[in-house]
Write a protein that binds this ligand. Sequence first.
Ligand code: AMP
Length: 491
Amino acid sequence: MTKFSDLNLAPKVLKAVEETGYETPTPIQAGAIPPALEGRDVLGIAQTGTGKTAGFVLPMITMLARGRARARMPRSLVLCPTRELAAQVAENFDTYAKHVKLTKALLIGGVSFKEQDKLIDKGVDVLIATPGRLLDHFERGKLLLTGVQIMVVDEADRMLDMGFIPDIERIFSLTPFTRQTLFFSATMAPEIERITNTFLSNPARIEVARQATTGENIEQCVVMFKASRRDREASEKRKLLRALIDGEGDKCTNAIVFCNRKVDVDIVAKSLKKYGYDAAPIHGDLDQSQRTRTLDGFREGSLRFLIASDVAARGLDVPAVTHIFNFDVPGHAEDYVHRIGRTGRAGRDGKAMMICIPRDERNLGDIERLVEKEIPRMENPLQSGGAPETSEQVEEKPKTTSRRRSSKSTEAKPDYKPEAKQDNKPEAKPENRPEVTQDNKPEAQASTKPRNDRIRRGSDRGQDRGGKKVVGLGDHMPGFIAMSFEDRRGT
Ligand code: AMP
């Protein structure tokens, strides 16, 4: 078996590795470190949890230990899709470079440009960044990428999902042609293949088995669930989630609950909290300090349930998660692999449970095709699809009509959840793009129609006039209110 000492790492790096207590390199480390140290490009097909971060950080530190940084010209660049992942890569540098003099800067959204500029001005060996923020700095003329000798692209498949590929291509073109590239992706979508063919030169290709297909230590199951009534689906699903958690008892010491949409992340966290579970949300609309606080609490064990969206959970390194609860079936099959890969890490046992409502069955089929096995069906612990309404459920409904109507009330939204597949669109907010509710847009748009339907049921208010939808409040209203949007725009 390969040992760290066989890998040609600098003695000071080896010392830091020893101090972490890791004894043997993981397969991605054993495969990627030697060619990286030889100066070759590396294509690592591996996901989070495989030890891939150290797979590029260790050789980088060894190589960067020689030479010095110049002002505004970083010597190496690590691109990550999310702030959390970038912060975690930075932590890895701190851990493994503690006996080496190395400067680094973290360029992520939510942190002031001024502080970041200061660091860059001094000169850094390693720049760890999200693509948007990096280009912002570049465009402000504060950064030169012509000194980059090593460039790492981490979680490229996630970059693709988040629409970062054009940014990545641009960044590649701003760095020297002679740079060394270390490129990591959990999957090789055609677009990723194209990028690697364009920007990598004869890379050493290291592929480690997917956790979902090999992770025998992760017990998986799915509950097929049909709500008793469509408008109760959201609250019944939350009740089922509580039953699943309770069913695991003490075995569930901590868990991540994944929802597809940010709005549901908030609702589920709030609801669990209300029922006495120690839960907190994490998603892209929360400010950075809150995200960091929540994550720290979860890592330290003071928070038991982390309710997360796919993007926010990216790069989360929490070694001791016992359970993953998929409140929603993810819209992209690969996300299932990523999600459940959060449990069963480093040889521990883990359990992944999922709730599947009828309209998610197609996505479930996609997942089963990807992982090449059927996910065992589990009996609904509430015993029937439509559990009788209890006082609990009544309590969960928004309490007042005004709350329902409020456009800001996220609580009310699930009631208007449309059938549309776009519901399952995962949170895919490119880092540093306006924080606006971009991701929630489909929901906001789709919610309009059922809302009108509700109004119609009660009276003929809001009915179509002249084939055009009317915006108004009643029948005895001034003519201008009864005009359609289009007409009003024309005036
Ligand atoms: P990563 O895939 O980089 O997110 O790493 C997943 C987890 O594996 C992290 O908690 C690392 O600290 C841990 N890890 C990294 N390298 C090793 C190793 N050689 N042996 C055991 N655990 C490791």
